[in-house]
Write a protein that binds this ligand. Structure first.
Ligand SMILES: N[C@@H](CCC(=O)N[C@@H](CS)C(=O)NCC(=O)O)C(=O)O
Length: 271
């Protein structure tokens, strides 16, 4: 049986932190959250920091009436059909092909560089401690070590973890340079109108650019002016409620708590 409560679409995903001003500090969840906002589908965001509870063991997933579904792309495909929404109707075949290639670059390659730096790169110890800080003891003590081990194993299995750290950072930077080149001075990724690839691009950039601290990959992202302007444009359009809350909700340290500690390009765009 369904009622108005169970009928509301609920998005379950990692919560926020590390200075990221959105509901979530994870790229696939931010992609889906953004797409839902672009599609104007009402939803409730539910913080779920244990992805093993989801149908695919990954974050995000949704629950909607009797449906429980994982995987951001499959969810978007399903909701497009169900609500008859097509954010890409104006795209030509070449633009669609470019969108798919960029999506694969971000999801299958850049994600590994992002994740490596998040859990194993500079500042990782503090980020893991912050993530575990709300958990009860002994989880608070154990989770950082367990996550570090899990991601070391995962990234090794996928191949990325076999490279030296400077190679991983260089490859991540190359992905960001490619995005910057493709975006150029356009307002949205494929021109002057948003399309669903913007949800994916913003999902990845939106977490990378705003992570606090002096991590090389994240700071490099924040130094690329057109990517920063793009994120601020997306933020103003789809996350206007965050414009007055640049300071992180769960600051990692006093440096991260101050907006002025952010890279100059962020301050310039936000000022
Ligand atoms: N293909 C999936 C990927 C989801 C994914 O990798 N999510 C990450 C967070 S951004 C995750 O759950 N990581 C935790 C883990 O692998 O245990 C999607 O599009 O939703």
């Amino acid at each position: 049986m369904t009622n108005s409560t169970t009928d509301k679409l609920r998005l379950f995903a990692f919560g926020s932190g590390w200075g990221v001003p959105f509901n979530t500090a994870a790229p696939f969840p931010l992609k889906l959250d953004t797409w839902l906002r672009m599609a104007q589908i009402p939803f409730e965001f539910v913080i779920a920091n244990d992805p093993s509870k989801g149908p695919k063991g990954k974050s995000p997933w949704i629950e909607y009436a009797t449906l429980r579904m994982g995987d951001s792309s499959l969810i978007i495909e399903h909701l497009k059909e169900r609500f008859g929404i097509d954010l890409d109707a104006h795209l030509d075949p070449q633009q669609r092909a470019l969108a798919l290639s960029v999506q694969r670059m971000l999801e299958e390659h850049f994600h590994q560089c992002f994740e490596h730096q998040l859990f194993l790169g500079r500042g990782a110890g503090k980020r893991l401690q912050e993530f575990a800080a709300t958990m009860p003891i002994p989880l608070r003590w154990l989770v950082p070590t367990v996550l570090k081990r899990t991601f070391t194993k995962q990234l090794h299995a996928r191949g990325m973890g076999r490279h030296a750290e400077e190679v991983i950072i260089a490859q991540g930077k190359a992905d960001l340079d490619a995005l910057s080149e493709l975006l150029g001075e356009q307002a949205y990724f494929l021109g002057d109108r948003p399309s669903s690839i913007d949800a994916c691009v913003f999902g990845f950039l939106g977490v990378t650019l705003y992570v606090a601290g002096d991590n090389q990959l994240y700071q490099y992202a924040a130094s690329i002016e057109n990517l920063m302007r793009y994120c601020e444009r997306m933020r103003a359009r789809y996350y206007p409620e965050t414009l007055s809350t640049l300071a992180p909700r769960f600051p990692i340290d006093s440096e991260a708590a101050s907006p002025d500690a952010r890279p100059a390009s962020i301050r310039a765009v936000v000022a």
